[in-house]
Design a protein around this ligand. Structure first.
Ligand SMILES: Cc1cc2nc3c(=O)[nH]c(=O)nc-3n(C[C@H](O)[C@H](O)[C@H](O)COP(=O)(O)OP(=O)(O)OC[C@H]3O[C@@H](n4cnc5c(N)ncnc54)[C@H](O)[C@@H]3O)c2cc1C
Length: 389
């Protein structure tokens, strides 16, 4: 056997799993097609960022990668303000009220991935193969043999599919999945505003979908995720810069003043996906390969990190067991499926309720936000849950 575990995909989730296993001396190979460009502090902000919860921060600390994230760049946010465009409903969370220094961090995906890849290279039992594309595999009773596009062949007890929403491992393993197309796209870019973001994550629910302004390490720079019906998102990408700035400022009700300039724009189709099951003999899926959710509360990669933690803990707690045994892998699935399912459905419910234009729903959700804002205990519970605590 070449390795105990082969991880297909060295994205944020696969690389985190490799670090957790590498720390314990597990023989791991990580296959990754491309690594991101090296970081320089002068680089413009990337348009793909993640809101990293406290629980994910702790996992990244445990994996040995968090200091490397902070050495590049990350923006802690201390407040969050969520409001409805069709009424006066508003809810505001403050880290100080919870006795916390911040509610989480906004980190560029590239920074997270680079930090994790640099960390995994420090563990002698982990090997990063890049460029390496998994093309096929063959299962036998004792092992799984993975074939790469360049002809190399590797064997292991377990193959982990951490290869994202279009997972090749999932399709080769014939693991079925449910998919729900939200008929929306998330338009992302960096926006420079005339007013400072005040270390606050801003989210406005519009009938077309939610708009988030996530604070970046410069006081007037935010990363935006603007959810729009798919055709409107495509149109917005074609607007000239002046029109996009005007419409974006208006969509946020000018809370951060005018939009002064923009980074590169992109749009991602939004769909919910859930594999059923996540595992079969010698194969396990995690992260986006197992589930994707609506990005409105920024929980996608946070769920993936929880998957990585659950799988690593199980493998390490059962040192003498075959890491690819279906019995062990089913325990991983049982540990994670409920949380992933409930989070996915909760995001879908929020998306539906807040984009509903019927008057009773508008009244109900505005009252809901206002009432929740006035109930400190409920707010505390909501914030702690979002922080993964
Ligand atoms: C608009 C938008 C905003 C979002 N905002 C947030 C947020 O604020 N917070 C949050 O938690 N989540 C957010 N998400 C979700 C988050 O981006 C994903 O959950 C996360 O990227 C999943 O990470 P992953 O490592 O599972 O998959 P990926 O990031 O897709 O990584 C998969 C890796 O596998 C590699 N790969 C693929 N195929 C192969 C192969 N055959 N062989 C070898 N390697 C392969 C790829 O190169 C890639 O590096 C957002 C998503 C969207 C669309």
């Amino acid at each position: 056997m070449d390795y105990e575990i082969i991880i297909a995909g060295g994205g944020m989730v696969g690389a985190a799993l490799a670090c957790l296993l590498g720390q314990a001396g597990k023989q791991v190979a990580v296959l990754e097609t491309t690594t991101p460009a090296a970081f320089s502090p002068d680089d413009p902000f990337d348009n793909r960022v993640s809101a990293i919860s406290r629980a994910s921060q702790r996992l990244l600390e445990q994996a040995g990668a968090w200091s490397s994230v902070l050495n590049m760049r990350a923006a802690p946010y201390e407040n969050m303000q969520v409001w409805d465009a069709t009424g006066s409903g508003l809810i505001r969370f403050e880290a100080a009220e919870l006795g916390e220094s911040d509610l989480g961090h906004i980190v560029e995906n590239r920074v997270l991935q680079l930090a994790l890849l640099a960390t995994l290279k420090t563990y002698p039992s982990v090997e990063l193969l890049c460029p390496a594309r998994l093309e096929s595999f063959e299962l036998s009773q004792q092992q799984i043999q993975v074939k790469l596009a360049d002809g190399r062949q590797l064997t292991a007890q377990l193959l982990v599919g951490a290869d994202g929403a279009q997972s090749v491992v999932r399709s080769l393993a014939e693991l079925p999945y449910e998919v729900l197309d939200y008929a929306q796209k998330g338009v992302v870019c960096t926006a420079y505003t005339s007013l400072p973001h005040l270390d606050t994550a801003w989210q406005r629910f519009l009938p077309t979908g939610p708009l988030a302004f996530l604070p970046l390490p410069e006081p007037q720079a935010c990363s935006i995720v603007w959810t729009l019906p798919a055709d409107q998102a495509d149109t917005a990408l074609w607007w000239d810069e002046e029109r996009f700035q005007r419409e974006l400022g208006q969509a946020l009700d000018f809370r951060l003043g005018e939009i002064m300039s923009l980074g590169e724009r992109a749009a991602f189709p939004l769909r919910g996906l859930h594999a059923q099951p996540y595992v079969r003999e010698r194969i396990a899926l995690l992260g986006d390969a197992a589930h994707t959710i609506h990005p409105l509360a920024g929980q996608g990669v946070n769920l993936g990190f929880k998957d990585a933690q659950a799988l690593a803990e199980l493998i390490l707690a059962n040192e003498r067991a075959d890491a690819g045994s279906l019995k062990l892998l089913r325990r991983y699935e049982r540990a994670r499926r409920g949380d992933n399912f409930l989070t996915q459905k909760a995001m879908e419910a929020f998306n539906l309720v807040f984009s509903n234009t019927l008057a009773p729903w508008q009244i109900l959700r505005n009252r809901g936000l206002t009432t929740a804002n006035q109930l400190p205990l409920l707010k505390y519970q909501l914030a702690k849950r979002a922080m993964g605590l």
